[in-house]
Each structure stands twice: as structure tokens, then as C-alpha cells.
Design a protein around this ligand. Structure first.
Ligand code: NIG
Ligand code: FE
Length: 400
């Protein structure tokens, strides 16, 4: 395979995990600290970062990419998305903007549309959104099921997610489907029994929407126990719409992440800070549901690991743009631009249990984005402006 040398870098963000972990400053270790890198270059071989150093010392390469003073960042890791669905809920969004609050009940609208769609349509929808994401600098995508809610519909969604995305999460416990409204326990038994049995082989994670209006603590425990029994790692939708047991459960079960974390009390923050569970913040949801934003500052200051992701889905947040979410995190959640970039890259990698992505240190996967800007600061400083010049995944150009 051809080697590639990247030169002319105006500013390079490496996010070296080693350096980040060794930093004495617990909060600061979660902040990207890019180098003004007019003299720095890096080389890619076999899809990995094979060399970083001064441009004058660069090894010979088959191909040279001169980025002409642009900034280079690790590709975004979007660790939370729901892409296997049909239709949209634009009317619901419009109603929300004139006062109707968001409710988990809207999920059922998308469940009906998704069940009615064929596999070709569902796969095309996932591809369309993954492509949108890539065009905005995302090189890794996690994708959940949760709009099928029958064995057959969840299984096909999970297979599509597994084939089209980098991580596939089984979310059979998204809401209780309408046909089970009067027999919740039967649906929970279906999810934790036959449905999980059918899906286990394809599930990188099991997720539960633990929330009033979705699954309560007892139901969530049953499903998490079933995942544990099958040795499938878990993550949780937690504390999105109100205070509740979700975050506490995520930490207790050693979940890879507790996602949303919009309504936290001191105990929740303490629990997250004392754990390896990543607090995944999804500020596009608060934007799109006109809700108060999570308290990122308290989480970071307590030393919790924080990720930012889109939550791309047709209901609570239909954006595929990590730069947009990063700008929201800076503007609305008092994260520094460096903290936001770290959360959107290395934070997401951590949430997906990946050590090879989210950074550009020696040996990392060569997943990076070249910005049409001299510094990563412009991502938040110039919100809404398409600043992605080109994107490289595994050392190959994926978008230009
Ligand atoms: O993460 N919270 C649960 N699920 C999605 C919303 C899904 C929908 O409204 O269709 C979320 O926000
Ligand atoms: Fe979600």
C-alpha cells in the first residue's frame, strides 16, 4: 500500500492519549492542545500514523499532500446516532417550536414508518447520513437500532448498522411499542429474551432509554442484566428529560457511556467522575427541543470523561454535523474550544472503547480532517460555515 506524507500543516492537533493521561491537571488533560505546526509533518503507512516530526526530517513517501497552511485535526468520532429509520418528523419539530414539548411518544411515529420501509430504503437512509457526517469531518459513526421493536425489524436494523457503521448498538428498549402498551412486562421479556438472542451476534452494545415515558429502573436492570449475561457491553440513554436513576445505573453496570446527562445532581456527577463511564453530551438535542443544556462545566471540573456526539435521529435532533455540536458545546455549555474538540474526538473514541482513533499519535489510525481554516478554533468561531476541506479515513481520502 502507498505511503502518504502530509506537509504544509498550519496547525496540528494530535491529542496524544499518553500525554493526555499523564497530565497532572485533571480537568486540563481533557483539552486538546494543538501545536502551531508550520514545521511539522506526518507520514501514513498501512492506514496508520507511521511517523511525526519536523518536515525537513520527513521520510520519502509515494504521495505528498501539501495542505498549504490548513489545520489538521483527528476525524470526529460520533459515538451516538440513530440512523436506521424511515420518514421524518418535520411537522413535530415545527409544533415544538411553537410550544408543544418533546415527548418520547414521537418515537412511535418513526417506528411505524420504519416497519413499513424495505431493507433497501433503510440502508440507503443510513448511507445518506453517514455520507453527510463524513462530509462534516466524521470518520467513525456509532449507530443504534430502536425503530423496529419486533425481533425481525430490530435484527434487520442491527445488521444494516453493523454493515454501514463502525459500531452497532441494539436499542430494542427504545420505547414500549404501541401493541404492547397494556403489557409492558411482556415486551421487556421479549427484548431481554428472544430479541436479544436473535441480535446478540451483531450487537457491539446494548442500550436502554431509561427515562420516564420509556423504561423505568426495574425494567432497565432486567435488560442490562440480560446483556451482561451474554457479555455484551452496555451504554444508556440517561437523564435526558428529567432527573432519574439512569446515570447511577450506567455507572453501576460499568456502562461505556451515559448519554444525554442533561439533568444531573451532585451524586450523578460524582459517580461519573469516579468511573470510566463517559458522559456523552448531545447539545444538538437541547437545541432542537429547546431545552436547557447539560452542565458540561461541572462534569469537566469534577474530572469526568466527556464526549460530544450528534444523536442524529428524526425526532429529538436531526443534525449530522459534529462541527455544529461542537460550536453549541462551546457557546452554550461553557466548554473551551479545546475541551470541545477533545470531547468530539478522543472522548468519542473512549466512549466506543477504541484506542486507535480520536488522536493522531504514532500508531493511530490515519483518520483525520483537513480544515479550510488556519486553526481548529474556527470550528466554533465560525459556526455554520462548511470548513471541512478534505477527510481521510484509514489513510485514504474519503471526502474532498
Ligand atoms: O436520543 N432519547 C431517546 N431517543 C432519541 C430520540 C428518538 C426520537 O425522538 O425519535 C434520543 O434523543
Ligand atoms: Fe439517542
Amino acid at each position: 500500500r502507498k505511503s502518504l506524507l502530509v506537509t504544509g500543516i498550519g496547525e496540528l492537533t494530535v491529542n496524544d492519549p499518553q500525554a493526555v493521561d499523564n497530565s497532572a491537571d485533571r480537568a486540563g488533560r481533557r483539552e486538546s492542545r494543538p501545536e502551531p505546526a508550520s514545521n511539522t509533518a506526518f507520514a501514513v503507512e498501512d492506514g496508520k500514523i507511521a511517523w511525526i516530526g519536523l518536515a525537513i526530517d520527513a521520510p520519502a513517501a509515494d504521495e505528498v499532500l501539501d495542505v498549504a497552511g490548513r489545520a489538521v485535526i483527528p476525524g470526529f468520532v460520533d459515538s451516538h446516532a440513530h440512523l436506521v429509520f424511515a420518514g421524518d418528523r418535520a411537522a413535530e419539530f415545527a409544533a415544538r417550536m411553537t410550544g408543544t414539548p418533546y415527548s418520547a411518544g414521537g418515537i412511535r411515529t418513526t417506528v411505524a414508518a420504519t416497519r413499513a420501509a424495505d431493507d433497501v430504503q433503510l440502508r440507503a437512509n443510513v448511507r445518506r447520513l453517514v455520507h453527510e457526517m463524513a462530509a462534516q469531518g466524521t470518520t467513525t459513526v456509532e449507530c443504534k437500532t430502536g425503530y423496529g421493536l419486533t425481533i425481525e425489524d430490530e435484527l434487520r436494523a442491527l445488521k444494516i448498522a453493523k454493515e454501514e457503521c463502525d459500531a452497532a448498538t441494539f436499542l430494542g428498549a427504545h420505547v414500549i411499542p404501541a401493541e404492547y402498551a397494556d403489557r409492558r412486562a411482556d415486551y421487556v421479556d421479549l427484548v431481554r429474551g428472544p430479541m436479544l438472542d436473535a441480535c446478540a451476534e451483531y450487537a457491539d452494545y446494548v442500550d436502554v432509554f431509561c427515562e420516564r415515558g420509556a423504561y423505568d429502573e426495574a425494567e432497565t436492570r432486567l435488560i442490562l442484566d440480560a446483556a451482561k449475561a451474554r457479555r455484551i457491553p452496555v451504554r444508556l440513554h440517561a437523564n435526558q428529560l428529567g432527573h432519574g436513576p439512569g446515570v447511577r445505573l450506567a455507572v453501576e453496570y460499568g456502562a461505556a457511556s451515559a448519554d444525554h446527562c442533561t439533568y444531573l445532581d451532585d451524586k450523578d456527577i460524582e459517580a461519573l467522575a469516579g468511573s470510566e463511564t463517559v458522559a456523552t453530551l448531545l447539545p444538538g438535542v437541547e437545541f432542537s427541543t429547546r431545552s436547557p443544556y447539560p452542565d458540561a462545566r461541572s462534569l469537566l471540573d469534577a474530572g469526568a470523561r466527556v464526549a460530544i456526539a450528534t444523536d442524529c435521529n428524526p425526532g429529538s435532533c436531526y443534525t449530522s454535523s459534529m462541527p455544529f455540536c461542537l460550536a453549541l458545546a462551546v457557546r452554550e455549555m461553557r466548554m473551551s474550544p479545546g475541551e470541545a474538540l477533545m470531547a468530539a474526538t478522543l472522548g468519542g473514541a473512549h466512549a466506543l472503547g477504541r484506542t486507535d482513533i480520536g488522536h493522531l499519535a504514532l500508531g493511530a489510525r490515519a483518520d483525520f480532517a483537513v480544515l479550510d481554516a488556519p486553526s481548529y478554533l474556527h470550528l466554533a468561531y465560525r459556526p455554520g460555515v462548511p470548513l471541512i476541506h478534505s477527510v481521510w479515513k484509514n489513510g485514504r481520502k474519503s471526502v474532498s
